[in-house]
Design a protein around this ligand. Structure first.
Ligand code: HEM
Length: 493
């Protein structure tokens, strides 16, 4: 029961006792209930109270993958009291995310969103309905549309120059780089500049608060699954949520006050107005003036939407880049192929420009292949689409499904935007990711730049196949250990 190893010992003991009690009740019930009552898809028998929680282990997506081998691509499990359907094949995903999308478009009410997004007043954890629809349209209009993403091109360009300069300086010193940290930093700065209009590296409080939010939103919270345990707060999660949400509220209140008083620290004259300034300028006005039901933008809405935007953009994008670079380091043949494409398309005498990206077809294949094996986010609902499992399905990807082989996408029309259910790293349907364009543009550019401007070597003469690829469970399934590599500058001049 590896899940228990992540929990405090008192809680683990409590769950063991609860599990024992559950087993007694289970056997008693098994003797007294009629099996024909069940109309749910097949799945492992749940214990009373804890359901199947004890079967999830440290890496639930992998445990569910194994269970799906036994029970099939539409499986029913119980997480505590909560019946959950686990979907593990493209056909089944299509049924739930396309045909019956509207039925499953809602989000469960969870303790973390009650605290950090002021009772789900943001976007990602908000119940399906007219408020969610308004907020989503609003975020697309002011931040995530293709034309907005285009406006931020100068931000990305400037950050690429400083990234390449700083890695070049480290290369000159022969330093081994913590690539995970470096990538997380550049993503954070780019996203902060488009969301807040400035990099937040002087705001020491934000990153740890967001990290804590991501942890608390990703962890299995017993209070969500076994509600009668909630008042006991056995994992101490509610305590931490209170502390974190107080910190986030204070942080955003201070920023809103600064803008309202005109004392904000804007770094540069900009060709765009950042999302946060737009929001604050519309404080106390309707979000949707032309609609029948009006939603007024209050401070709580601003704070909740900002938390969602930051939490949804920082980690997902950085984790996807980290996995792609890890696969490239493990597969020198693919790395060489990509560098060759960059050399012939861009040339060794300049950095990659955003306008080069549409011509980089092998880069796109590499990114698809990385998303196939390392999806970094999953649908948060009572329907759990196990994209990790779908990416390893031999009936879809043939016998080499476990292998990193971008060429499988040669002459294939499969894209990443939720139309092809074999590969849905950004989800699909009504709740599909609205930040796909921003995320994809940013990650393509960073990967292309790092691969084009530098040769990379693993530290301590490590062989490519010795690189550790262990995952850590959380909202974005990152690497368990940071990725380190030694850069060597490869452009001319
Ligand atoms: C590589 C980067 C990214 C990946 C892989 C990714 C993936 C996902 C996935 C799988 C979902 C759930 C979809 C579903 O439930 O069907 C999602 C939702 C969401 N993503 Fe992204 N995302 C990325 C970047 C971004 C960025 C940059 C933003 C915006 C700043 C963003 C904002 C959101 C929001 C707000 C939702 C919730 C949408 C809703 O519930 O209506 N994402 N993302």
């Amino acid at each position: 029961m590896a899940l228990f190893s992540q929990m405090p010992s008192t809680m683990a003991l409590f769950l063991v006792l609860l599990g024992t009690l559950s087993s007694f009740i289970y056997f008693f019930r098994a003797l007294t209930t009629n099996k024909n009552d069940r109309k749910l898809p097949p799945g492992p028998a749940p214990l009373p109270i804890i359901g199947n929680l004890h079967m999830l282990g440290k890496l639930p997506h992998q445990s569910l993958h194994c269970l799906a081998q036994r029970y099939g691509p539409i499986m029913s499990i119980k997480l505590g009291h909560v019946p959950t359907i686990v979907v593990s094949s493209p056909e089944a995903a299509e049924v739930f995310l396309k045909v019956h999308d509207v039925v499953f478009a809602s989000r469960p009410k969870v303790q973390s969103s009650d605290y950090v997004t002021c009772g789900a007043k943001g976007l990602a954890f908000t119940e399906y309905g007219s408020y969610w629809r308004t907020v989503r349209k609003w975020c697309i209009l002011h931040l995530l549309s293709a034309s907005k993403v285009e406006c931020f091109a100068p931000v990305r360009k400037a950050e690429m120059v400083s990234l390449v300069e700083s890695v070049r300086a480290m290369a000159a010193e022969g330093v081994t780089l913590n690539l995970s940290q470096q990538v997380a930093k550049v993503v954070e700065v780019i996203m902060s500049r488009v969301i807040f209009g400035r990099c937040m590296d002087d705001e020491v409080e934000l990153k740890p608060l967001i990290d804590e939010t991501m942890y608390l939103a990703g962890v299995f919270n017993l209070s969500d699954y076994i509600p009668f345990l909630a008042p006991l707060d056995l994992q101490g999660i509610e305590r931490r949520l209170k502390r974190t949400s107080n910190g986030l509220h204070a942080f955003f209140d201070k920023l809103i006050d600064e803008i309202e008083q005109g004392s904000t620290n804007i770094e540069e004259p900009k060709s765009y107005t950042d999302f946060f300034h737009v929001m604050v300028s519309l404080l106390n006005t309707p979000m949707n003036p032309t609609d029948k039901v009006q939603y007024i933008i209050g401070r709580e809405n601003i704070k909740a939407i900002m938390v969602d935007m930051v939490a949804a953009s920082f980690d997902t994008t950085a984790t996807a880049i980290e996995w792609t670079l890890s696969e490239l380091l493990r597969h020198p043949r693919v790395m060489a192929g990509l560098q060759h494409e960059l050399e012939t398309t861009v040339g060794r005498n300049r950095m990659v420009e955003e306008s080069d990206l549409p011509k980089l077809t092998y880069l796109n294949m590499v990114i698809k292949e990385s998303f196939r094996l390392h999806p970094v986010a999953a649908r948060e609902s009572r329907i759990l689409v196990n994209v990790w499992s779908m990416g390893r399905d031999r009936t879809v990807w043939s016998d080499n499904a476990e292998e990193f082989f971008p060429e499988r996408f040669e002459n294939s029309s499969i894209d990443l935007r939720g139309h092809d259910f074999q590969l849905i790293p950004f989800g699909a349907g009504r709740r599909g990711c609205p930040g796909t364009q921003l995320g994809l543009t940013t990650l393509r550019l960073i990967i292309a730049q790092l691969v084009h401007c530098f040769d990379w070597e693993l530290p301590d003469a490590m062989l490519p196949n010795e690189l550790d690829m262990t995952e850590k469970f959380g909202l974005s399934l990152p690497r368990a250990n940071h990725l380190f590599a030694k850069p060597a500058y490869r452009l001319v001049g």
